[in-house]
Write a protein that binds this ligand. Structure first.
Ligand code: CTP
Ligand code: CA
Length: 226
């Protein structure tokens, strides 16, 4: 078995997956359409290659049973951050596949908000940026992967995220590509690294996960040789 094939064996990996739900009251929330499929597919493949995986998932219908996968369920961005911050120092690879809500309601009502005749305004405040915050503490022996879903100026935005969040790689999804995005079982990605950009064909999400892992291996192996 080559060095690259065994690169993940024995490594510890932190993965975020799915959406986050930000509660307005006990029965309502602000969320998004993320299914968690990409994060879960990456978790399963990494475990099959012998990595110990800490999967932190927002609300999703998916589950994953594998002796090397430790699944933690969370609801909000704050809960996801707390779970990740605990595991970040001891993990070698971070993959931020979650669609974290950028904002949350400023206040959460403890009782159900009742309808009135007046219009209703929700004040939102910024959520913690999990990738950016953990990125500040990233050591040179750790490797971080982020995702970016863009509609305009895709490459420029992806490169911006690479630098701002101290990521080693960004997996870019363009919503302009037919067959890509939340509602499909297929995806078309572009992998953006500090010095390279590589486009891939439209593929099943499971195959996309394999392409992402191969690309991580190549880049990570290069960094480890430095
Ligand atoms: N991310 C995160 N915490 C957040 C927001 C994003 O960890 N609060 C991570 C995502 O999991 C993804 C990367 O950061 O890996 C980029 O997310 P994205 O939503 O594309 O970028 P934002 O920085 O939130 O910018 P915008 O939504 O305005 O494009
Ligand atoms: Ca965002």
């Amino acid at each position: 078995m080559s060095f690259l094939r065994t690169l993940f064996s024995g490594k510890k990996v932190l993965i975020t997956a799915g959406p986050t739900y930000e509660p307005l009251d006990p029965v309502r929330f602000i969320g998004n359409h993320s299914t968690g499929k990409m994060g879960f597919a990456l978790a399963r493949k990494l475990a099959e290659e012998g990595a110990e995986v800490y999967l932190v998932a927002g609300p999703t219908a998916l589950t994953l049973k594998h002796p090397l996968v430790h699944l933690t369920h969370v609801m909000t961005a704050d809960e996801m951050y707390a779970a990740c911050a605990q595991k970040a120092p001891e993990t070698d690879l971070w993959i931020f596949a979650a669609a974290v809500a950028d904002y949350k309601p400023k206040d959460t009502a403890t009782s159900k908000i009742k309808k009135t005749d007046a219009s209703f305004t929700i004040e939102l405040v910024k959520n913690v940026d999990i990738a950016a915050n953990l990125g500040k503490e990233k050591r040179t022996d750790q490797f971080a992967v982020g995702f970016a879903l863009e509609t305009d100026q895709e490459l420029e935005n992806a490169r911006g995220k690479l630098h701002k969040k101290n990521l080693d790689m960004v997996v870019l999804n363009s919503l302009r590509d037919p067959g890509a995005g939340f509602k499909h079982d297929t995806n078309k990605i572009t992998i953006v690294k500090a010095n390279t950009v590589e486009g891939y064909n439209l593929k099943a999400k499971d195959e996309v996960a394999q392409d992402i892992l191969e690309s991580i291996k190549v880049e990570w192996a290069c960094l480890q040789k430095k």
